[in-house]
Design a binder for this molecule. Structure first.
Ligand code: HEM
Ligand code: HEM
Length: 187
């Protein structure tokens, strides 16, 4: 048991109480995706077999994450973090004024980013697979979409990491550590 939890159980207020937010699947999914995406990105131009293998593992991870989004733990579910565009825009305006409400799971902008990343990576994997089939081998637009989606995802990742750093500063917490330990300050 972590020190913070013990402190809470003992009724002490020496350390802030923490709660479980990200389950092990979400955490393993996240950091495997980071490593495999980086590997696939760097091998795309020259190391075909390992590139394709990493890409297929990424596709499998995305598929499992979508299923987990329906049956997983509370904060892993789409219903916990997917909101309409109005809510996302309202949240971003609040964040710009440094007065956005703290969320235990993904905030509305983070939730939209999760969907964008999952969709963009699905497009990369699908077009990557298409390039290996007889029907689409050598077809220019498929290669172009694959490459554009890969570089577009890089842009999304820059925004994603920027958002994580911003929200961490805004709410005085380390969201990256939370994606490692699975725990966040309760309030
Ligand atoms: C070193 C770079 C990265 C850091 C520090 C980072 C950090 C994080 C953090 C802290 C969260 C939780 C956000 C929250 O608290 O609401 C998160 C979620 C997420 N990140 Fe990253 N991330 C990184 C790179 C990436 C990359 C490269 C991808 C995709 C290829 C990615 C995809 C995602 C996805 C899909 C989620 C949602 C997790 C889930 O609900 O399953 N991240 N990331
Ligand atoms: C996260 C997954 C993936 C990423 C980030 C990714 C990224 C890339 C990148 C950056 C390139 C180089 C484009 C260029 O500058 O010419 C590339 C090329 C390529 N990728 Fe992927 N890819 C992924 C998945 C896949 C998958 C699943 C397959 C096939 C099963 C695949 C097959 C290919 C092929 C055949 C090329 C060579 C195309 C050419 O020479 O023009 N990729 N990929």
């Amino acid at each position: 048991m972590e020190a913070a939890t013990r402190a809470m159980d003992a009724g002490s207020d020496a350390l802030p109480a923490t709660v479980r937010v990200w389950d092990p699947f979400v955490r393993i999914f996240h950091w495997s995706l980071v490593a495999l995406f980086a590997f696939a990105f760097l091998t795309g131009d020259e190391w075909d077999k390992p590139h394709e293998f990493a890409g297929y593992v990424v596709a499998g991870l995305i598929g499992l994450r979508v299923i987990w989004g329906f049956i997983g733990t509370r904060h892993a579910r789409f219903s916990d973090f997917v909101t309409g565009p109005g809510t996302v825009i309202g949240y971003l305006k609040d964040a710009a004024g440094f007065r956005a409400r703290r969320h235990l799971g993904h905030n509305p902008a983070g939730g939209a980013m999760v969907l964008a990343l999952l969709a963009a990576i699905a497009v990369i994997s699908l077009t990557g697979h298409m390039m290996t089939t007889d029907a689409y081998w050598g077809v220019k637009w498929v290669e172009e979409v694959h490459e554009a989606a890969a570089f577009g995802t890089l842009g999304l990742i820059a925004l994603h990491v920027g958002g994580v750093v911003f929200a961490s500063i805004e709410h005085g917490e380390n969201l990256v550590r939370a994606m490692v330990t699975g725990r966040k300050r309760a309030s």
